[in-house]
Design a protein around this ligand. Structure first.
Ligand code: UTP
Ligand code: MN
Length: 601
C-alpha cells in the first residue's frame, strides 16, 4: 500500500525520542530513556525508549514498536493515518498511492478532499434526518433507547430514496464519496446512496472521527445490517464499535466487555454499563485484543451461548494467547441461548448483567473445558490426544506464568507429570536456568535443548542490536521448522536492504507471525544493553555453537558415499577424500573452541 522506501525514509527521518517526548516525560537512564508507561497504569517506570535502535518497549504491559506504532497506539489512529501524521510532522508528504492493486482508489493527498470531513457531514445529515422521522424514532424507542443515548452514539437515520446525499454534497459525482463508501456506482454509471431507509450507527476511530457506518433495517429485512466497506479510513479487523465512548468507563471499571452487536453496546450503555464495545461483524483479532489491553487489564468476551458463540469465543481465546501478559486477564461470559446482551440487560437490568460479568469464566477454565470436550479422557489414547491438541496452543502463550498454569492443568487432565507434559508439548519447564551454550550431548537433556531455540534467539537479538549482521548468517544453519528459525530466515531475507535499521525491521514484521517473538527479544535486548561490539562477539559464538549442534550435512553425505563405496567397490574420489578431511578438521577445531562463559542466560 504505502511504498516500503517511503516508510523506511520516514522511519530514518523521525526521532522516536522527540516524538514520544511530546506526550510523555522521559528520563535518561543510561543509553536509554524511561517513563511511566502511557499505555497502562503504573507507579514505577517500565516503559523504555531506545534512541539508538528507535523503538520503545514496556516491560509491564508489553507495548512495543517503532515510531509508527507509537502514533497508532497513542493517538488511536489507523495505520495509514499514523504514517500520514508522522510524515507531516517531519515535512514529508505521503505520495499518492493505490490502496489495492488494480481499480483501487488513490488516497486523497493534501490537495484532495478530506475524507474525514465528508464522513462527518454525512453523519450530521443522518442525525438531522432522525429527528425528522417519527418512524425511525419510534423504532429506537421501541428498543428501549432514550434520546440521550442515541445522541451519545450519534445514531442517525438514512431516509428512503436513492440520492438523499445529493444536496449534502453538491458535487455528488465526486470520487471521494465513493472512496468513503457512502455511494455505490450502479450499472450504467448511475450513482446512488449506500444507506437507504436504515438506522445508522456511526463508527468512530479512537480520535472520535467518523470512519464508517452500520445501517440497520427498521424491522425485518435483508441484510439486517449493512456496513461501510473497507475504505482508506476504515479497516474492520482493527476497529471496535463504541471504543471512544467507552474509554472513560473502561478505565473506571477496570475492565472492558466485548459484545457482538451495535445494539448490544448501545443497550448496555442505556442501562448504565458504559464499558462495552463490539467487534464489527468480524472475528476478534489480535489487534482488537492488543488495543483493549492498552486500556485495561481485563477483557470479558460476551458471546451468545449457541454453537456459533462458542466458536467465536474459542477464536477469541486463540488470538488472545500470544498477546496475554501475566498481569492481564481474559474471561468469557456465555449468555443463555435465547439472549443477547441487549435482550438480557433490558429484561433483567444492570445488576443482573454485572453479576454475570463477575462470574465470567477465566480463560484457563474455558481452555481446559474445550480441550477435554474434544477427547475422551477416560482412555490413554484420549489423554494423549489432549496433550497433542494442547501443544500448539500452549506454545503460543507469551505470558510465562500463565503458560505454566495451563501446562499444569493439561498435565493433570492427561494424568501425566508436569515434566512429561512439558517435554511433550515442547514447553520449557521452569527448571533452573541454563546456559545457551550448554553442551548438547548428555542424556534426556538433549531433546529439551534441541527444542529450546536459544541459539537462534541469540542470533536474532544480535541482528536486532546490529542489523548488518543479518548478512552474515550462513544459510545452512537456519532451520525453519520452528518460530525462532522462521524469524531468523525472515531477518536474513532483509540482507539486501540498504540502511537496514531496527525500526525498519519492526515495520517489515508488522502483523507477521514474528511480531510477538520480536517483542520479547527486544525486551531482552534492552535488559542486556547489548551494544554493537558485544553483538558481534555474541553473534560469532552463537553461529559456532549452532554449527556444532547441527553438523555440516556434507560430512554425513560424504560418509554415506564412502560406506556405499566400500560395498560396491567405488569409494570417494581423491578430491572428495580431501574435502572430507578438511571438513572433519574444521569440525574438530570448532569443538576445541571454548565458548565464552559470560553468556549464562
Ligand atoms: P446480530 O444479528 O447479533 O445483531 O449481529 P444484533 O446486534 O443483535 O442486532 P439486533 O439486536 O437484531 O438489532 C451482530 C453483529 O453482526 C453484524 C453487525 O455488526 C451486528 O451488530 N451483522 C449482523 C452484520 O454486519 N450484518 C448482518 O446482516 C447481521
Ligand atoms: Mn440483538
Amino acid at each position: 500500500m504505502i511504498p516500503e522506501s517511503f516508510k523506511n525514509d520516514l522511519l530514518n527521518r523521525v526521532d522516536i525520542v522527540d516524538l514520544i517526548e511530546r506526550h510523555v516525560r522521559l528520563k535518561k537512564a543510561g543509553a536509554n530513556f524511561v517513563a511511566c508507561c502511557p499505555f497502562h497504569n503504573e507507579k514505577t517506570p517500565s516503559f523504555t525508549v531506545s534512541p539508538s535502535k528507535q523503538f520503545y518497549h514496556c516491560f509491564g504491559c508489553g507495548a512495543h514498536g517503532n515510531a509508527i506504532s507509537f502514533v497508532m497506539e497513542y493517538s488511536g489512529l489507523g495505520y495509514i493515518e499514523a504514517v500520514k501524521d508522522l510524515a507531516e510532522s517531519v515535512g514529508m508528504k505521503l505520495p499518492e498511492f493505490e490502496r489495492r492493486a488494480g481499480g483501487g482508489a488513490p488516497i486523497a493527498g493534501d490537495e484532495g478532499p478530506d475524507l474525514y470531513d465528508i464522513m462527518k457531514r454525512a453523519a450530521d445529515f443522518y442525525r438531522e434526518q432522525l429527528k425528522a422521522s417519527p418512524a425511525a424514532v419510534e423504532y429506537l424507542k421501541g428498543r428501549g433507547l432514550t434520546g440521550k443515548v442515541a445522541a451519545r452514539f450519534g445514531i442517525g437515520y438514512a431516509p428512503p430514496g436513492w440520492q438523499n446525499l445529493q444536496p449534502v454534497f453538491p458535487d455528488y459525482a465526486d470520487k471521494a464519496l465513493k472512496d468513503c463508501g457512502l455511494v455505490i456506482d450502479g450499472e450504467g454509471g448511475r450513482r446512488y446512496d449506500r444507506f437507504r431507509d436504515r438506522i445508522v450507527f456511526p463508527i468512530l476511530n479512537q480520535r472520535g472521527s467518523v470512519i464508517g457506518f452500520g445501517g440497520r433495517v427498521l424491522g425485518e429485512g435483508e441484510p439486517k445490517y449493512l456496513n461501510s466497506p473497507e475504505t482508506p479510513l476504515f479497516e474492520k479487523g482493527r476497529e471496535l464499535y463504541g471504543l471512544p465512548q467507552a474509554r472513560t468507563a473502561i478505565r473506571e471499571a477496570g475492565r472492558v466487555v466485548v459484545v457482538e452487536g451495535y445494539m448490544d453496546v448501545v443497550a448496555l450503555s442505556q442501562h448504565g454499563i458504559e464499558y462495552a464495545v463490539a467487534t464489527l461483524g468480524t472475528a476478534t483479532s489480535a489487534t482488537h485484543v492488543q488495543k483493549l489491553f492498552r486500556q485495561t487489564d481485563e477483557i470479558v468476551f460476551c458471546f451468545d451461548g449457541d454453537a456459533a458463540g462458542l466458536r467465536a469465543a474459542w477464536h477469541a481465546l486463540e488470538v488472545s494467547l500470544p498477546v496475554l501478559a501475566d498481569h492481564k486477564a481474559v474471561k468469557f461470559l456465555f449468555l443463555p441461548a435465547e439472549d443477547d446482551p441487549d435482550s438480557y440487560v433490558r429484561a433483567r437490568g444492570r445488576e443482573a448483567f454485572e453479576r454475570l460479568l463477575h462470574e465470567a469464566r477465566p480463560l484457563s477454565e474455558f481452555f481446559l473445558a474445550e480441550l477435554r470436550g474434544r477427547v475422551d479422557v477416560t482412555t490413554p489414547e484420549g489423554r494423549s490426544r489432549l496433550i497433542h491438541e494442547a501443544k500448539p496452543l500452549l506454545k503460543r502463550v507469551a505470558a510465562p506464568a500463565l503458560q505454566l498454569q495451563l501446562l499444569k492443568q493439561v498435565a493433570q487432565a492427561s494424568d501425566m507429570t508436569q515434566e512429561d507434559a512439558a517435554r511433550l508439548t515442547e514447553i520449557r519447564s521452569a527448571g533452573p536456568a541454563r546456559s545457551a551454550y550448554a553442551a548438547p550431548a548428555r542424556g534426556p537433556d538433549r531433546g529439551m535443548l534441541a527444542l529450546d531455540h536459544r541459539l537462534e534467539r541469540e542470533l536474532i537479538i544480535c541482528i536486532l542490536a546490529h542489523p548488518p549482521l543479518a548478512r552474515e548468517v550462513p544459510a545452512e544453519i537456519v532451520d525453519d521448522g520452528h518460530p525462532e528459525g522462521r524469524a531468523l530466515a525472515a531477518l536474513i531475507g532483509f540482507e539486501g536492504i540498504e540502511g537496514l535499521t531496527h525500526a525498519v525491521i519492526l515495520e517489515a514484521m508488522r502483523d507477521s507471525e514474528h511480531e510477538a517473538l520480536l517483542n520479547r527479544v527486544d525486551g531482552e535486548l534492552l535488559e542486556r544493553r547489548m551494544e554493537m561490539n558485544v553483538a558481534r562477539t555474541e553473534f560469532n559464538a552463537a553461529i559456532t555453537a549452532l554449527r556444532m549442534r547441527n553438523p555440516n550435512p556434507r560430512i554425513r553425505e560424504l560418509e554415506e558415499k564412502d560406506a556405499r563405496g566400500r560395498l560396491i567397490g567405488q569409494g570417494l574420489t581423491g578430491q572428495e577424500s580431501e574435502e572430507y578431511r578438511q571438513l572433519k578438521a574444521e569440525e574438530a577445531a570448532l569443538k576445541q573452541h571454548r565458548m565464552p562463559p559470560s553468556r549464562m542466560v
